[in-house]
Write a protein that binds this ligand. Structure first.
Ligand code: F6P
Length: 418
């Protein structure tokens, strides 16, 4: 009989997505199938782990229905964190503490589902394991709606967010046309993504036989010029009464100031030094009403775009599951200091596979939208962009509805104060 393996621990970190729990389900299933005894889940990532907070996932995923619900549950089931580990030479004690807990739990594999900041955690922990002679294997499982991780074709979570954005922008455009307003109406839709425009560009997915798509799209990859912007809006308003513009939360003026900061409102800064970006649409909408005097609306898609489990992409949810499984497989087979990446084999039919890459080449890097995928005038994305994203939003995963509302997997204590 095959010897039972020791244990696995899995955590979720960074901004949640609608697909992140599908990866968790994939890690869990593969760990069990590969003969691990226990699969622990860190509560609120490595930060919670350091406080001794973890659960035995077998108590949470008891039936096939639980696993199916988990795949359809948005946000981090285990709770997430934005926690930056110190450099090893700065504070060895932090590492000693984490490894002591891992030893106590008899952990062989540590899987972290996250974005570039979370891969920094995998990088540091795998480096420390080498220095300290630990045999624990550390593997990253990619996740971020921002789609800005290096070396992977795309990241789980992005496809579903892109689908929600394309759908919502289409609905907003439709709504705008219902009522005529005297001087016209300008709607600014603010979309997440920080310094990368992958999500904002997805607003173009609304364009089709029954919809012209947004009138302009502003990505954070290019400097934002207020004067050119207002000129463009006036030009469009001269031709049509309803204007819809998609704008990234991270657009900056040419001197590097976030548009959302132009009104000088104070914003929260996280442990990685990232400023909470909010208010670009609000600022631009007031600017337009001041300059033009027409009706404006600022719509910040905010949390909705990453939590919309009722509008996920089947491709995304399945890939998230596979990538979770691939991370577990890689750790089981001896990989450490690695992250699973998705490799696209073809666009049509869409085919993709996974492999593992060195996390040192991924952590803390940001993959931006290439200049050639943005139109020359910088106010829309090209057909190549659409060809890239379209396969990632295909198919649906029907929510399991109870009393008319999608049912999620409930974790007792998930709303408790830390
Ligand atoms: O990292 C993903 C992300 O969704 C970014 O696009 C966004 O800027 C950030 O998280 C927002 O995070 P929070 O909800 O913590 O403000």
């Amino acid at each position: 009989m095959q010897k039972k393996k020791r244990n696995v621990i899995v955590g979720q970190s960074g901004g949640p997505t609608a697909a992140i729990n599908s990866s968790l389900a994939g890690v869990y299933r593969t760990a069990i199938d590969r003969g691990y005894t226990k699969v622990y889940g860190m509560i609120h990532g490595v930060q919670g782990l350091m406080e001794g907070r973890y659960v035995d996932l077998s108590e949470h995923i008891q039936t096939g229905l639980d696993a199916e619900l988990l795949k359809r549950t948005p946000a981090a089931y285990l709770g997430s964190c934005r926690f930056k580990l110190p450099e090893i030479f700065e504070d060895k004690a932090v590492y000693e503490k984490i490894f002591e807990i891992l030893d106590k739990l008899a952990i062989d594999c540590f899987i972290y589902i996250g974005g570039n900041d979370s891969m920094d955690t995998i990088k540091k922990l795998s480096d420390y394991a080498i220095i300290s002679g630990s045999t624990v294997r550390f593997v990253g499982c990619p996740k971020t709606i921002d789609n800005d991780l290096a070396l992977t074709d795309h990241t789980p979570g992005y496809g579903s967010a892109a689908k929600y954005i394309g759908t919502s922008v289409k609905e907003i455009i439709r709504d705008g046309w219902s009522l005529e307003t005297e001087k016209g109406q300008v709607i600014i839709v603010e979309i997440m993504g920080r310094n990368a425009g992958w999500l904002t560009g997805a607003a173009a997915l609304s364009k089709g036989e029954d919809c012209d798509g947004p009138d302009a799209i502003y990505l954070p990859e290019l400097p934002f010029d207020l004067e050119k912007f207002i000129k463009k809006i006036k030009g469009i308003l001269a031709k049509k009464p309803n204007v819809v513009v998609a704008v990234s939360e991270g657009v900056k003026t040419k001197d590097g100031k976030y548009v959302s900061d132009l009104d000088d409102s104070p914003d929260y800064v996280d442990a990685f030094g990232h400023k909470q970006l909010t208010g670009a649409a609000r600022y631009l909408a007031s600017y337009v009403s001041r300059e033009i005097g027409c009706k404006t609306r600022a719509i910040e898609l905010s949390t909705l775009q990453r939590a919309a489990s009722h509008c996920t992409s089947r491709v995304d949810i399945l890939e998230a599951y596979e990538v979770g499984g691939a991370a577990m497989k890689a750790a089981d087979e001896g990989d450490t200091g690695k992250m699973v990446v998705i490799q696209r084999l073809s666009d049509d039919p869409y085919q993709a596979g996974t492999e593992v890459k060195d996390v040192h080449k991924i952590a803390n890097d940001e993959r931006l939208v290439p200049r050639e995928w943005i139109t020359k005038d910088g106010t829309f994305v090209t057909d190549e962009f659409i060809t890239y994203v379209r396969p990632l939003i295909q198919g649906d995963v029907a929510p399991i509805m109870v009393d008319g509302i999608p049912r999620h997997l409930y974790r007792p204590g998930f709303q408790d104060k830390l």
